[in-house]
Design a protein around this ligand. Structure first.
Ligand code: GLY
Ligand code: MN
Length: 354
């Protein structure tokens, strides 16, 4: 079943007569076509993709399962969409309440003839479940980022700044076939490794832990990986912290399975870190879903008591961060199955000393 068909089935089971999809990521999910401007409308039986002259030719060639209609200054989005509402008797329109700005919501409410109904959850639930094809694309993205990471390892001991290392990594993303990065790489070394989302600076890579968090986009699909290395010899506490984070990650991965709550997966990892005495130094959740965006729902976090569905792709990324000293994070990506999960990350997790 393609995504338009999945959305049609979800609309059929909802209180809305149609769903209007306005956000870039969800339009890409629905139609498999990327544009910076467009609107998708889906009923239980039909689908339309409205866009302007910049995209219409490509949209007509690439989009399957939705009729492509052009908008312009005369035939505006609302005019075109209202005509469909009239023809197909659409009175209640599901909208992306979590993506529309207040002014967009106000404007659509004023211009469209249908009553707007918050319906984001419908898309969130569909996107939480990745097909095997989706997974195949995410694995390809993952492999490109892993190859790129391995290629920059020889540069680390040569005396290079955090920013330069990030640039070398991004350059290899594109050379190895990626379309884009999935987020700005995090490269933090020495005492700066205690900042989970620190930004690379012009300082030379320092002795101590070096955390590199990176990912690419391929065909819209994201990858996400973190590895922490040690520059120079680690002391006993550094080794203990690294092993604790790794054991926490393995405990979370062992807990991960369809139907298990997000907070249970997080809890399994968190207990390992708490038992080792570092509970105060793990401030974020165990993992987030990813797919067409780097951060998606559902999360494997303390606040998510919802069950993780079969087919979810989530990160497994516990960490310990001791301010002004150092930090460690290890991140893999896992695919949730009926019986457990498949780890799609292949990079070694043995502490690499450079
Ligand atoms: N790896 C980046 C993030 O999860 O925010
Ligand atoms: Mn992540």
């Amino acid at each position: 079943m393609n995504n338009i068909d999945k959305i049609k089935a979800a609309v059929k089971n909802s209180e809305a007569d149609a769903l209007m999809i306005t956000s870039e990521a969800n339009r890409l999910y629905a139609a498999g076509f990327h544009s910076t401007a467009g609107v998708v409308v889906v009923t239980a039986e039909k689908a339309w993709y409205f866009t302007d002259s910049r995209y219409v030719e490509a949209a007509e060639k690439e989009i399957q399962g939705a009729e492509v209609l052009i908008v312009d200054r005369e035939e505006t989005y609302s005019k075109r969409i209202n005509k469909i509402f009239n023809d197909d008797d659409i009175k209640v329109l599901g909208v992306e309440d979590e993506r529309l700005t207040y002014s967009e919501f106000t404007e659509w409410s004023a211009k469209l003839t249908a009553k707007l109904l918050p319906s984001q959850k419908l898309l969130i639930d569909l996107r939480a479940v990745k097909s095997r094809d989706d997974l195949g694309n995410m694995i390809k993205a993952q492999r490109i980022s892993e190859k790129s990471f391995e290629e920059i390892l020889p540069l680390i001991s040569a005396g290079i700044t955090e920013k330069e290392l990030a640039a070398e990594l991004m350059c290899r993303f594109y050379k190895n076939g990626a379309d884009d990065k999935s987020f700005d790489p995090i490269v933090v070394s020495g005492t700066r490794s205690s900042m989970p989302h620190g930004v690379p600076t012009d300082t030379l890579i320092q002795k101590g832990f070096l955390t590199i968090d990176f990912g690419v986009k391929l065909g819209g699909w994201c990858s996400d990986t973190t590895r922490t290395l040690c520059v120079g010899k680690p002391d006993d506490e550094m080794i203990r912290i690294y092993e604790t984070v790794l054991n926490a990650q393995l405990a979370g991965i062992a807990e991960a399975k369809a139907g298990v709550k997000g907070c249970q997966i997080d809890g399994a990892a968190r207990r390992v870190i708490e038992n080792a005495g570092y509970g105060n130094y793990f401030g974020h959740g165990f993992g987030h879903s990813l797919g067409l965006e780097i951060h998606e729902a559902p999360n494997a976090s303390p606040s998510n008591d919802g069950e993780i569905p079969e087919g979810a792709v989530i990160s497994a990324e516990p960490g310990i961060y001791i301010p002004n000293r150092y930090g460690v994070r290890i991140e893999d990506v896992i695919y949730i199955t009926q019986d457990g999960c498949e780890n799609i990350t292949t990079l070694s997790k043995k502490l690499l000393i450079v």
